[in-house]
Design a protein around this ligand. Structure first.
Ligand SMILES: C[S@@+](CC[C@H](N)C(=O)[O-])C[C@H]1O[C@@H](n2cnc3c(N)ncnc32)[C@H](O)[C@@H]1O
Length: 379
């Protein structure tokens, strides 16, 4: 009889607007009871799934193991809830360093930092009472990172499994003035329903993020294969399990022949893009040139663009001219291609003078943006 592994609860966070993509990614990995909400998804699975989620999720920022729920009606209630939730000496022993972060909404904690401090006190006191020794605090590089979320009187406590945000894949040590987050780049390709067999072109590729995420998808490469994760420092964590799953994930990569290319009017950024594609180990898969490096008439594909939409770069009138020029490009050289274009406003999308089949509201950091799918037909 096969041994049943216990299911645990987790959450994964993402940018607003990418929850559906994240939910689909989790289901494809075999997560159970996937439920999305604004900015993330809850799910259940075993430890193996947690590790695979960290290795494979393209749109997740953080993955947390949920330790439990409780009430936080006032500071003392929070302290008691934390102390009775789990045996903290097993999770945050004195041999490990600790950090606590908190968010609070509609709660008695006007300043979430106070909830964080109260939680830290409760954990440290619990460990000291049980063992006579206490974990020390390290805000820079803690072994154990606890996350507390209070909404109204409801408390949810989790451990950061991913460590830092998963968007930092490690291939982009250099970037342009307004780089797109790797998670948003991967998410926009999914929302545009890009078929990894069809050519991909970015005429404003900047540091190359969308092209690199496309190449990783096309070759079925786990985006976080070479990262370190928070769970590696959990007491008793079996590093051999991670090594096995890392190796298995590496074996799943397959060669891809799809044409992926980019250009940009800024020549200096092109060398950054080339350096990034090389670091992501897809330098031979992506052509980055000042000239058009693929034949758009050979096969229609997806033209992606993240133009300067006026919030951080570019003067407003010039920005509108850029969208009009993009529309022209899709009506001439790239006739028959679909476009997936990011914009700040509906007017910018309309300036392309093409039918807009779908619009997806998204957040790029703090900025509200739109992804417009334009072109000859929707999928
Ligand atoms: C917001 S950045 C793109 C960032 C990119 N997605 C990344 O992750 O690094 C916009 C890019 O568009 C380029 N650009 C602006 N107008 C252009 C034009 N008319 N033709 C080609 N490139 C243009 C800029 O040089 C800049 O690199």
């Amino acid at each position: 009889m096969s041994k049943r592994r216990p299911l645990q609860s987790y959450v994964a966070t993402t940018a607003l607007g990418l929850e559906r993509v994240l939910g689909a990614e989790l289901e494809a990995l075999g997560a159970q009871d996937v439920q999305t909400w604004g900015g993330g998804a809850r799910f259940k699975g075993d430890r193996r799934l947690m590790i695979r989620a960290c290795l494979w999720l393209r749109t997740a920022h953080r993955v947390r193991w949920i330790l439990g729920h409780g009430t936080a009606r006032n500071p003392d209630d929070l302290y008691r809830s934390i102390q009775k939730m789990v045996r903290w000496q097993g999770l945050a022993p004195a041999s490990h360093t600790l950090r606590v972060d908190a968010t609070a909404r509609n709660s008695c904690f006007r300043d979430a930092r106070f909830a964080g401090l109260k939680t830290k006190d409760a954990i440290v006191d619990a460990v000291r009472d049980a063992t006579g020794d206490r974990p020390s605090i390290d805000l820079e590089d803690p072994d154990i990172s606890v996350h507390v979320r209070i909404v109204g009187e409801r408390l949810t406590v989790g451990l950061e499994a991913s460590g830092g945000s998963l968007h930092a894949r490690g291939y982009r040590s250099q970037s342009g003035p307004a780089p797109l987050r790797e998670t948003l780049a991967a998410g926009m390709l999914r929302l545009a329903d890009w078929d990894p067999q069809e050519p991909l072109f970015d005429p404003m590729c900047g540091s190359g993020t969308i092209l690199i995420e496309g190449a990783l998808i096309a070759s079925n490469r786990a985006p976080n294969l070479d990262r370190r994760f928070g769970f590696e420092r959990w007491p008793g964590f079996r590093l051999d399990k991670l090594a096995t799953l890392r190796h298995a994930a590496a074996q799943e990569a397959r060669p891809s022949e799809v044409a992926i290319a980019g250009s940009d009017r800024d020549r200096r950024i092109l060398s950054t893009a080339r350096a990034n594609t090389a670091r992501a180990d897809c330098g031979d898969r992506i052509a980055i040139e000042t000239e058009l490096a693929l034949d758009p008439s050979a096969r229609p594909g997806l033209l992606v663009a993240n133009p300067p939409y006026g919030e951080r770069m570019g003067d407003k009138r010039e920005v509108m001219r850029t969208y009009t020029a993009l529309g022209k490009l899709l009506q001439t050289t790239f006739k028959g291609w679909r476009g997936a274009v990011l914009a700040k406003t509906e007017e910018q999308l309309k300036a392309m003078d093409l039918p807009i089949h779908k619009r997806f509201p998204l957040k790029n950091g703090p900025i509200d943006i739109l992804l417009g799918i334009v072109g000859p037909s929707s999928r």
